[in-house]
Structures are given as structure tokens and as C-alpha cells.
Design a protein around this ligand. Structure first.
Ligand SMILES: NC(=O)c1ccc[n+]([C@@H]2O[C@H](COP(=O)([O-])OP(=O)(O)OC[C@H]3O[C@@H](n4cnc5c(N)ncnc54)[C@H](OP(=O)(O)O)[C@@H]3O)[C@@H](O)[C@H]2O)c1
Length: 295
């Protein structure tokens, strides 16, 4: 399994990757920058963002983005609009897993606010720069955890009635998948060129396990992929000509935990258009942002 066979991402292209200072985002950014494209590293921490820029080199640019803060998303989006006439690729990668109950600056439960709502807002704010660009893509990270929920408790997505970290992470990843599918429908339904897809990395080594009990990590470590391998299905979703709008990509090994890129199993809830519209409407209400697709 390698990046061999993936199309190059040439000099005239511009990509934004959230959470690009670590793990899968950093690996994906290295690949995308290697042939001269401009890669914007959207990271929340100045020091870690600057370090990533140094590690990747001259085609990368760190720009501060805290997805748990609506004001930061708006400032980031304005800076992008002021400096770039178009974006070819947006990878909504940043995220946390199983943190203790924490609220973002705007009062959202951390994983719901950062992994999902922050990317929902960011995407809508940048969409005018992406939607009519030839071959443009929006890649939304998800996880095999998206297959766990048997229903979505809309009354508790923001952990107002209680917080169970595994259930929250499953729901948030299902919402990311649903967003990818709905966004694609809205783009194609309005005749726009950009496509939206979902992708998951299987299980890959990264800082994502920072909230796991210390004794679990050595137990799972031999069975998981390297960070580089985990980035491959994400890069495949971003670049391969075999990927189509609305699809979700994962890996072909046992329980989609490792292996080479292949279309992922999709939770049947994500196919339900009414449920997806309900999730979209709630996201619009909570963030005050809805889609304005220009003609
Ligand atoms: N690794 C896996 O096996 C796996 C499996 C399924 C899905 N995923 C998904 O893959 C994505 C990348 O995870 P990873 O495994 O590469 O983990 P990681 O190494 O922990 O990287 C996560 C990135 O997200 C950033 N981030 C966290 N909170 C943020 C915020 N409020 N604003 C902006 N950026 C923020 C982190 O920044 P800091 O460094 O500053 O914290 C870091 O750059 C996540 O969305 C995760 O859900 C990973």
C-alpha cells in the first residue's frame, strides 16, 4: 500500500487541510505540497502550526484556525478570501476523540463542535471559492465509529442530557458522513462542479488516542496502521479519478481497520434523506449559517 498511483497535485492548485500539524493531516499535507501546490495548514496552535510549516517546507503556509471558535472560523475564512481567488481542495480533517466533557468557546460539546459543526461552518464559509472550480473536492473525515449508531438522538447531540464519549464520537462521525453526502447533493443539484466525499483512515497511529487510558495504547498498537498508511485513503478520496461525489472511502481490511482504499460501508442512517435534512437544519440553527449556493 503506497501513494504510488495517486495523481499529483500540481503547482497551480491550492489545498486547505484542517488539523495539519499532526497525524493524518500532517502526512496528507506533506504529500500534497511535494509537487509545488500551495497547502494551507489550518491549525489551532501557533507553535505546532509553525513547526508543521517548517517540516513541510516552502509550499506550505500555516494559518491559525480554531474550529471550536466561530470567530476564529470567520477570521480564517476572511483571510482566505483576501488571499486566494479559488480553492481546489478542502480536507476537513481536524478532530478529537473521547475527550472528557468539554465545551467549546461557543458552548458546544467539544467533538460535536470541533469535528462536526466547526467544519460545517468552515465549509459553508469557503464554498464560494470552491464550488465552481474544475475538479474541486471537499473531503470530510469520518470513522468506522460512524457505523455504531442505530439512531440519532437530536435532543442530545450537544450533550445537554448527558455525555457518553463513545456514543458522542459515533454520532459525530455519522454526522460528518451525512454532511458529506448532503453537501454533494446540494452542489450537484445546483449544477456546481465541486464534489463532496467522505473518507476514513481505518485505524492509524496518531495523537488521537491522547484521551485513551495509558494501558490500552500498547495493546492496540501492533494492530494499527502507520500514520502514513492512514493518510492514503484520505489522499485517494482527495485525488483519485475513481472517486465520485457523495461516496465514502475507507480501507479493505478486516472490519475496515487497515488495508488499501476501497468504498466504505455506510451506516444505513446516512442514506435517509429526511434524517440528513434534519441534521443539516439543526446545524444551520446552531451555527447561524446555512448554504447560499450562488447561481
Ligand atoms: N487515527 C485514526 O485511527 C482515525 C480513525 C478514524 C478517524 N480519524 C479522524 O482523523 C482525523 C485526524 O485525526 P488523527 O488521527 O490525525 O489525530 P491527531 O494526530 O490527534 O490530529 C488531530 C488534529 O486535529 C487538530 N485539532 C483538534 N482540535 C482542534 C480545534 N479545535 N481546531 C483546530 N484543530 C484542532 C489537532 O490539533 P492539536 O495538535 O493542536 O491538538 C491535530 O492537528 C480526526 O478527525 C479523526 O476523527 C482518525
Amino acid at each position: 500500500m503506497s501513494t504510488q498511483g495517486l495523481p499529483t497535485f500540481p503547482r497551480d492548485k491550492v489545498a486547505i487541510i484542517t488539523g495539519a500539524n499532526s497525524g493524518i493531516g500532517l502526512e496528507a499535507a506533506k504529500f500534497l505540497a511535494k509537487d509545488g501546490a500551495t497547502v494551507i495548514l489550518a491549525c489551532r496552535n501557533n507553535e505546532r502550526g509553525a513547526q508543521a510549516q517548517t517540516a513541510i517546507g516552502k509550499n506550505s503556509r500555516f494559518l491559525k484556525l480554531d474550529l471550536g471558535n466561530i470567530a476564529s472560523i470567520t477570521t480564517f475564512s476572511k483571510t482566505i478570501h483576501d488571499n486566494f481567488p479559488k480553492i481546489d481542495l478542502l480536507i476537513n480533517n481536524a478532530g478529537a476523540m473521547h475527550p472528557p466533557l468539554t465545551r467549546t468557546t461557543d458552548g458546544f460539546e467539544l467533538t460535536f463542535g470541533v469535528n462536526y459543526l466547526g467544519h460545517y461552518m468552515l465549509t459553508l464559509q469557503l464554498l464560494d471559492l470552491i464550488q465552481d472550480v474544475e475538479n474541486a473536492r471537499i473531503v470530510n473525515l469520518t470513522s468506522i465509529a460512524a457505523n455504531r449508531p442505530k439512531s440519532l438522538d437530536f435532543e442530545n447531540l450537544n450533550a445537554e442530557k448527558g455525555y457518553r464519549k463513545h456514543a458522542a464520537y459515533g454520532a459525530v462521525n455519522l454526522l460528518r458522513l451525512m454532511f458529506a453526502i448532503t453537501l454533494n447533493e446540494k452542489l450537484s443539484g445546483n449544477g456546481h462542479k465541486a464534489i463532496s466525499v467522505a473518507a476514513h483512515p481505518g485505524v492509524a497511529r496518531s495523537n488521537l488516542t491522547r484521551h485513551m487510558p495509558f494501558f490500552i495504547k500498547p495493546l492496540i498498537s501492533p494492530f494499527i496502521m502507520s500514520t502514513h498508511q492512514g493518510a492514503i485513503p484520505i489522499l485517494h478520496a482527495a485525488l483519485s479519478e475513481h472517486v465520485h461525489g457523495g461516496e465514502s472511502w475507507g480501507v479493505d481490511g478486516w472490519r475496515e481497520m487497515s488495508g488499501a482504499p476501497k468504498p466504505a460501508k455506510i451506516n444505513p442512517l446516512a442514506i435517509q434523506a429526511k434524517l440528513r435534512e434534519k441534521a443539516w437544519a439543526l446545524s444551520a440553527k446552531l451555527t447561524g449559517s446555512d448554504l447560499v449556493i450562488s447561481e
